[in-house]
Design a protein around this ligand. Structure first.
Ligand code: ADP
Ligand code: TZP
Ligand code: MG
Length: 322
């Protein structure tokens, strides 16, 4: 695979036709390029309330993309910081007992202030504390949700907004009705995905539509990561091939993608932020895979690629409108 990760090189899944690649002059590509330039020029702060396992990589990925970072956990600290941060990130990968009160309080504070934020619902479906916290976000929702397919399915199950599964998504869908909550997610997946991206496509669209009803300016986005990422604003859906399977062999590729999504949300609309971060990571993952010899050197090369990729290279990534 060439280092450039050109459209011809991407490892798209068999059912994606590269001819659906967004034209070079599409306004979406211009908005992505502008977001990348604005982050590098403005070094915006996106604060993070995130897990202990990958917190350092989240901060370093935000800095490598051109932003700045601040990690905070107490509600007064987070809500004060929200006055100087243009977006925030909440990731529920590791939990402490006080989070049960702190996170709903923070989400309510964000909602009251109209403060945009990204949620990574890591391991959604696992544990009563995580479920209680994620359920609270239903009533003070994020602007963007980024997760793997299993997390998106578990979250939409939990919020009762997962639509009837299309035949293409799962042949064995249990009996569901259009509006009733789908059956509990059948198998909590831990932090890794056990479902494929396409199985979460309609759930992602339904979630983005739901988030748009409460998001600042009525705009929201959902990003489902995997071998071919899916990004939707509830109206349009895009697929982004690229990246590398090595990204699943370091901890924090998804978490840091969410953190950088918040960095871009500080300067751009939710759809542009989700597309730009996903495209950046896909290009960076491909470049790093070509320069590394295992997970250790891959993570180092990934940070360097995040730092070195230009706005034009990110905006030229394969983005398939399907
Ligand atoms: N098999 C794969 N091939 C290429 N890129 C991948 C693959 N799996 C995941 N990625 C990329 O790795 C990053 C993290 O995605 P993922 O592993 O799905 O998130 P999480 O770590 O939250 O489960 C994303 O940028 C995604 O595009
Ligand atoms: C291993 C682990 N355990 C709790 S959070 C976490 C990190 C998950 O990171 P990612 O979702 O980016 O793989
Ligand atoms: Mg994750």
């Amino acid at each position: 695979m060439s280092e450039s990760g050109s459209a011809a090189d991407f490892n798209a899944s068999a059912d994606i036709n590269p001819s659906t690649n967004l034209p070079e002059g599409d306004p979406i590509r211009a908005r992505i390029a502008q977001a990348v330039r604005d982050v590098r020029e403005q070094t915006p702060l996106a604060q993070s309330f995130t897990n202990f396992v990958t917190m350092n990589l989240v901060a370093n990925a935000q800095l490598a993309s051109g932003g700045t970072a601040a990690m905070s956990f107490l509600p007064d600290d987070v809500l004060d910081t929200a006055h100087i941060a243009k977006a925030s990130y909440i990731n529920v990968g590791t939990l402490l007992p006080f989070y049960k009160d702190a996170l709903p309080q923070i989400a309510r504070g964000f909602a009251k202030a109209g403060h945009p934020w990204v949620l990574d619902p890591v391991a959604a479906g696992i544990g009563a504390t995580r479920t209680e916290i994620l359920q609270s976000f239903r009533f003070a929702p994020p602007t963007v949700v980024r997760g793997n397919a299993s997390e998106i399915l578990a979250l939409t199950d939990m919020w009762g907004i997962r639509p009837v599964a299309s035949a293409a998504e799962t042949a064995s869908a249990a009996e569901t009705t259009e509006t009733a909550a789908a059956p509990e997610h059948t198998r909590p997946a831990g932090v890794e995905a056990v479902d494929d991206v396409d199985s979460a496509a309609s759930a992602a669209v339904a979630l983005a539509k739901s988030l748009s009803r409460t998001a600042p300016n009525g705009k929201a986005a959902v990003a489902v990561s995997g071998p071919v990422d899916l990004v939707t604003d509830g109206e349009r859906t895009f697929r982004l091939p690229g990246g590398s399977a090595l990204m699943t062999k370091i901890t924090g590729a998804g978490c840091s993608l969410g953190g950088v999504m918040a960095t871009y949300l500080a300067v751009a609309d939710p759809l542009t932020a989700a597309l730009a971060a996903s495209a950046l990571f896909n290009r960076a993952g491909q470049i790093a895979a070509g320069q590394s010899h295992g997970p250790g050197s891959f993570q180092v090369a990934l940070l360097d690629a995040l730092w070195n990729l230009t706005a034009d290279e990110v905006a030229a990534s394969p983005i398939l409108a399907v």
